[in-house]
Design a binder for this molecule. Structure first.
Ligand SMILES: [Zn+2]
Length: 238
């Protein structure tokens, strides 16, 4: 409880309902302002992919960020949680053409799901009721590349990142070699992070099992700007 209260303070998320404070006219940005009217995970994914297509085409939407910023003072209801890499080329709001309040983003190098990342995602699941959790890897990920290199990291903190990625590298090495290794390890690392989320967060696991949250694994392509959903390997229910 204390942790949750602290999170609330840190994130400045007063539990004031949007309906009580936001004039009706301000609902025009999103028809899903209240959690009870939340769209399905499939609808949210569709909207993210539509945004990605706009981004790819160079047709990202113009937005009135000042009025949106004011509207969101009363609360947030992000439609998706995104765990992505911290890489500066992979900003989720940009590549999905989303705006303030649309997505709850957790970023770590290598999109690893460590305890702090898990806690952040749990907050969004528990209190913001986002129906979709996207684990997003990307081409040419430096963190995955470092893990594939096998080189000793210069600090315990960097080593903590590589240790989270290593199981994916081991998996990739069972079938990929040479130039294919890093790309395969990037995909395996997305799957590993999704597995870590379910294995290490009872809150998210319960939400997935009860159908409240859907996890989607995806990869961002640097050259084209496209986000592609990863195909689940045979026997994997994700
Ligand atoms: Zn990366």
């Amino acid at each position: 409880m204390t942790r949750i209260l602290c999170l609330s303070l840190m994130l400045s998320l007063a539990s004031v309902t949007v309906a009580q404070t936001a004039p009706a006219v301000q609902a025009q940005h999103s028809s899903h302002a209240a959690s009870h009217a939340a769209p399905s995970a499939a609808e949210v994914w569709q909207s993210l992919m539509a945004g990605n297509q706009r981004f790819v085409a160079g047709k990202s939407q113009a937005r009135d960020l000042v009025s949106l910023r004011r509207k969101l003072v009363s609360g947030q209801s992000p439609k998706a949680i995104i765990l992505s890499c911290s890489d500066s080329r992979v900003g989720p709001e940009l590549i999905f053409d989303q705006s303030l309040g649309d997505i709850f983003v957790v970023r770590t190098a290598g999109n690893v799901a460590d305890k702090v990342a898990l806690g952040s995602m749990e907050y969004a699941v528990e209190h913001l009721h986002s129906p979709l959790l996207v684990v997003l890897g990307h081409q040419k990920c430096g963190a995955v590349n470092a893990a594939c290199s096998g080189e000793k990291m210069p600090s315990q903190n960097l080593d903590a990142i590589v240790e989270k990625i290593n199981p994916a590298v081991v998996q990739a090495k069972s079938y990929a070699h040479g130039d294919d290794l890093v790309e395969s390890a990037i995909k395996e690392n997305v799957r590993q992070s999704a597995k870590d989320i379910l294995a290490n967060s009872a809150i998210i696991r319960d939400a997935v099992n009860s159908g409240k949250v859907t996890v989607i694994e995806a990869e961002y392509e640097l050259e084209t700007g496209r986000v592609e959903q990863l195909q689940a390997p045979a026997g994997d229910h994700n």
